[in-house]
Design a protein around this ligand. Structure first.
Ligand SMILES: NC(=O)c1ccc[n+]([C@@H]2O[C@H](COP(=O)([O-])OP(=O)(O)OC[C@H]3O[C@@H](n4cnc5c(N)ncnc54)[C@H](O)[C@@H]3O)[C@@H](O)[C@H]2O)c1
Length: 417
């Protein structure tokens, strides 16, 4: 265990800044030593607000700094795998923003580099650490849903305004979603939806992802938006700029145990943002997340939740057929009503601190688990195999779409499992 706090550097100063609260809460265990961003404006802002933090204009210079133990990679998505591999080779631990990699080659190289170097690699999938997702994980692990057969997750967030910079140039997101990008017709951002679901189902532990298929919709919303907000003559006002794009991608995944996972990714369709879209079906219970901010998540657990349910008829020695009328109606109840029984221990202990950081507490708990993994040399809760398994849905979905939705095998990235 290191004697001094972990010395962290952040690459990518925008998203990186949202971890400042979490870093302050973990004072004494981890401290921010440097940031790296090619943008002078971003570096100047950091120098003004955090004068003790070194600033680097290139990633290579950051990696040359022997005072830095760990790097949080919060750069554009297409840089994550390459920068993680470079950091590991330079002897640094890595916490990577989502998604971990955008091609299968990158996934494999990342796995090989972590295995060879032995440094800690963790994916910062903060949606796995929201109160609700931890709560449901605890329920799933305690068997509350019985045998889980189906789970779903979606990331639906109108991010069209992030596609073009204020000066009219395309952002990295715009380049990914526009017609010339490889991943524009596929599930381009699968880990917020799949990460929590994979943890509920024990993927890479008790079960594994076998094969996947994806269908995408036509592109209707990006062009509509571009015509409204971009000036006459801007090339992205043309329909063909977004022609090869898709508004919505629907992915199905089959697991080894026979479960089915349904995912949706949509960063174009206009509607209010709702952070969570999840569900679970088991043979003894079900969970549905709230559809908008004025709702609360609901569960139904056989024998616990109100209303008539199969459990009412499960008397010893009295098994008999039950008619549909007699069966009555099981009733949903608020997830939070079961807090005494199922609140996740991590949330019980750290929920109050977590809520003062970003993304419903996720940013703090991600960083906390990363610190513990580095300090103890232990397996991080979201390790490189989870990171690439979840992220591989992006290139695999593109392959599936190119083949009219044909199923594609999902690689077994951990060859020792
Ligand atoms: N987990 C979450 O909830 C969440 C939320 C937002 C963003 N993200 C992820 O964080 C990442 C960054 O997103 P963002 O919204 O901050 O993007 P952004 O475009 O606003 O910021 C990216 C920053 O990276 C800098 N950068 C570019 N190349 C670099 C390099 N080679 N080295 C160092 N810095 C470099 C840019 O100058 C910019 O300041 C993305 O991968 C995104 O998917 C995750």
């Amino acid at each position: 265990m290191p004697q001094r706090p972990i010395r962290l550097a952040i690459a990518g100063g925008h998203r990186g800044a949202s971890f400042l609260n979490a870093l302050a809460l973990l004072e004494g265990q981890i401290e921010l030593a440097a940031i790296c961003d090619p943008s002078e404006t971003v570096r100047d802002r950091w120098s003004q607000t955090n004068p003790g933090v070194k600033t680097y204009d290139t990633y290579a210079r950051l990696l040359d700094d022997p005072d830095i133990d760990s790097v949080f990679i919060a750069t554009p998505m297409t840089l994550h795998a390459e920068q993680a591999i470079q950091a590991l080779k330079a002897g640094k631990h890595v916490l990577s923003e989502v998604i971990a990699a955008v091609t299968l080659d990158e996934c494999w190289e990342l796995v090989e580099t972590v295995e060879k170097t032995g440094y800690t690699y963790m994916l910062a999938e903060n949606y796995c650490y929201r109160r609700e997702t931890l709560f449901v994980k605890n329920m799933a692990e305690l068997g509350a849903f019985g045998e889980i057969t189906f789970a779903e997750g979606a990331y639906i967030h109108d991010c069209r305004d992030l596609n073009i910079h204020i000066d009219g140039t395309r952002s990295w997101r715009g380049n990914l979603r526009a017609g010339n990008s490889q991943s524009s017709r596929g599930n381009g951002y699968p880990t917020h939806s799949l990460g929590p679901v994979a943890q509920w189902l024990g993927i890479n532990r008790d079960d594994r992802l076998l094969r996947t298929t994806t269908f995408v919709t036509q592109s209707a919303s990006r062009h509509e938006w571009a015509k409204e907000v971009l000036p006459e003559g801007h090339p992205d006002r043309e329909a063909d700029a977004w022609l090869n794009s898709a508004d919505s991608a629907s992915t199905l995944i089959q697991t080894e145990k026979g479960r089915v996972i349904s995912l949706r990714f949509d960063s174009a369709s206009p509607r209010p943002h709702n952070m969570v879209h999840y569900g679970i079906q088991g043979n003894r219970g079900a969970f549905v997340s709230r559809r908008h901010d004025d709702e609360e998540p609901l569960v139904w657990i056989d024998g616990i939740s109100p209303g008539v349910s199969p459990a009412n008829f499960r008397h010893e020695g009295m098994a008999r057929p039950v008619g549909h009328e007699e069966m009555g109606h099981p009733e949903w109840q608020l997830l939070w009503d079961l807090a005494d029984r199922y609140e996740h221990p991590l949330w019980k202990e750290h929920g109050a601190d977590a809520l003062s950081s970003g993304h419903g507490g996720g940013d703090y708990l991600v960083l906390k688990d990363f610190v513990e993994a580095v300090m103890n040399g232990s397996r991080p809760p979201i390790d490189v195999y989870d990171a690439v398994t979840w992220s591989s849905i992006t290139p695999l979905s593109v392959q599936s779409v190119q083949n009219n939705g044909a199923p594609v095998d999902i690689p077994r990235f951990n060859r020792n499992s």
